[in-house]
Design a protein around this ligand. Sequence first.
Ligand SMILES: [Fe+2]
Length: 187
Amino acid sequence: MAELMTEWATRIAETELSAALPRRWAHTRGVAERAVGIRQLLGADAGLLTAAATLHDVGYAPRLAVTGFHPLDGARFLRDEHGADERLVRLVANHSFALLEAEERGLRDELALEFPLLEEPLLMDALVYCDMTTTPDGGRTSARERIAEIISRYGADSVVGRFIRRAAPELLASVRRTEAALAAQPR
Ligand SMILES: [Fe+2]
């Protein structure tokens, strides 16, 4: 079941990203690898986390960029073109505190009404962890370095820069909670 969901997600993400946005595809594969690496934390939802990690940035694909806000574009695409699982769609729509970026873009209500936050903190945190510990090229990094890199890439006063500076404490707290849960796992 988990394997099927992962294969399905990989096929979609590869189709949309690998040729059009190779660097985003490399990042995506790294985030998915992190998800596989922490699967023991999620139990029955391990496949869901890996699928969400694989599809979290699919909305960057040029042909899917309708609003230009990738969590919303990606979630709508998965819902409308693929009839994706509701929890998966809500995870993609809200990944890495997208609600705060939606606010910067005047899309907060639209996002929140269409794709309510998933009230499953372990899954939400785990997806933040996977995204925030992966470089744009798919390598491993720390959340602090990742945030600093995003600010330098987009500029501190850009929409993304403002968003990431506001979201930083939440992002770091999510990563810390996930690390603590991993450390508490029996080996
Ligand atoms: Fe993203």
